[in-house]
Design a protein around this ligand. Sequence first.
Ligand code: ATP
Ligand code: MG
Ligand code: MG
Ligand code: MG
Length: 559
Amino acid sequence: MRFSQAFIPTLKETPAEAEVVSHQLMLRAGMIRKLASGVYTWLPLGLRTLRKVERIVREEMDAAGARELLMPGVQPAELWQESGRWEHYGRELLRFKDRHDHDFCLAPTHEEVITDLIRHEVRSYRDMPLNLYQFQTKFRDEVRPRFGVMRSREFIMKDGYSFDPDDESSAASYQAMHQAYSAIFKRLGLNFAVVEADSGAIGGSFSHEFMVLADTGEDAIASCSCGWAANFEKAQVAPPRGEAPQAAAEVVRVDTPGAHTVEEVAAFLKVSPAQVAKTLVYLADGKPVAAMVRGDRQLNEIKLKNLIGATALELAPASVIQEVSGGPVGFTGPVGLNIPVYADQELYAAEALVVGANQGDAHLTGVHLGRDVAGATKADLRIIEPGDPCPRCGKEPTFARGIEVGHIFRLGTKYSQAMGAEYLDAEGQSRPIIMGCYGIGVTRIVAAAIEQGHDDWGIIFPLAIAPYSVAVLPLAIDGEVMETATKLYDDLSAAGVDVLMDDRDLRPGVKFKDADLIGIPLRVVVGAKGLKEGAVELKHRLSGDVDMVPVAEAATRLA
Ligand code: ATP
Ligand code: MG
Ligand code: MG
Ligand code: MG
């Protein structure tokens, strides 16, 4: 590609709206442009990297035996009502009506649609194991879209789903995806960690997150030499918007069950009784004031406004929750609650700690020990913070920040049961299909790679996902210099190398700056001075090593 035709609108200045380095550099390098909050256009340069990421993910998914399909981004409400998530998903789900007044949503994820497909197509145990995946645009109406494509509202995800007849087979499918993901992130050239995680709104019993290590990551990871690792901070830590937090309410633990019916709680919370299922209920003066559907931050956030002005809060004990939810509750230990609610009712929890780390149903953030939880110790609350011993081996874990780029879950029969996806086993018995789901944030990976690879001059892409592998920089655009550069460009192109030749009539300094900015791993400078010695200059972006190479050898050295 010739730079003059590539449409790479680089910027000299750092755009003021970009807080983190990846966002700044993606704008400056001409990779993306913003259309609306959390909605971006991928320009040709950015798209090249995105496609390279996608290709690696696709190759490894295919190699692991998964098959690609493509599901719709617009989905009917009926399916989401069947799974129960039309009510539970909260405001991240963007809903709208068509001209016939039918409810639809823009897909934030595809469990419902794939389960609907499978319940019609999979009949027998012989049809499984089955693993299907897609690359699809998701829409999540995030409370605080930020950091460019790192936390956007529209983004591309590779999402995959496995279907198995029994737990053993499902565990093998999960394991295969665990390995495929490790292979993917290795090939992408990223420094990553795999951590145990809670399952968030998607639900399920077992999950791992793949984290790219970077100081600007929104998640905090503890890991130990024994192999234990966990995401110990799931908070969306928000800086106060010029508003001081209200004084924290006193939170106490209760040991005696109260008596509240589902209807009472639902009426108080102004939700339907169905929404109270699988809920942690908070009591003030013995009355329920807020509820958190397990892992559903969105609902948690909405209900937190009920806590404003409360003075004493209790968490209902398991027996009450069981009663109001009408089902078993997964959490065991005592938990505390984060109270700081900012005056604008939208922000919560700075300096977050996690209570019940890795306990799927007791995952609360923003807890301030001694302030929020009377009389409880860190051990009671399963709090993990720097300086604490590893819960598995007792040694001291190391702490780092990370960006969640992949997430794998074992879903069990959550969706197959809710939506009636069954198969006939060898004895002709009908059983629910066991599912797993596997997500990779394809667009987020590009930003994460830049968070991990950059310096003062710009992006340093790993070779595997650099938009171009080689930049050829002729210092003049005519005569022997341009002839030599063009020949090199043609030879490299013919050898299948992704090469960008800067054929613009600009000062060398500008060309050097742009090549560094957009993160091309190898740079070849063709100048009159070098050519006198019959050589061109080869520079590695990462190491800065410079080599003079005979013109005749340059193409073979680079190919
Ligand atoms: P997060 O904790 O960052 O909000 P999530 O846990 O909600 O992510 P999943 O439902 O696990 O996300 O989706 C799978 C992957 O999709 C994530 O691991 C992440 O890489 C990517 N992803 C999720 N939300 C966004 C977003 N708003 N912008 C870009 N990528 C995202
Ligand atoms: Mg999220
Ligand atoms: Mg997450
Ligand atoms: Mg996740």
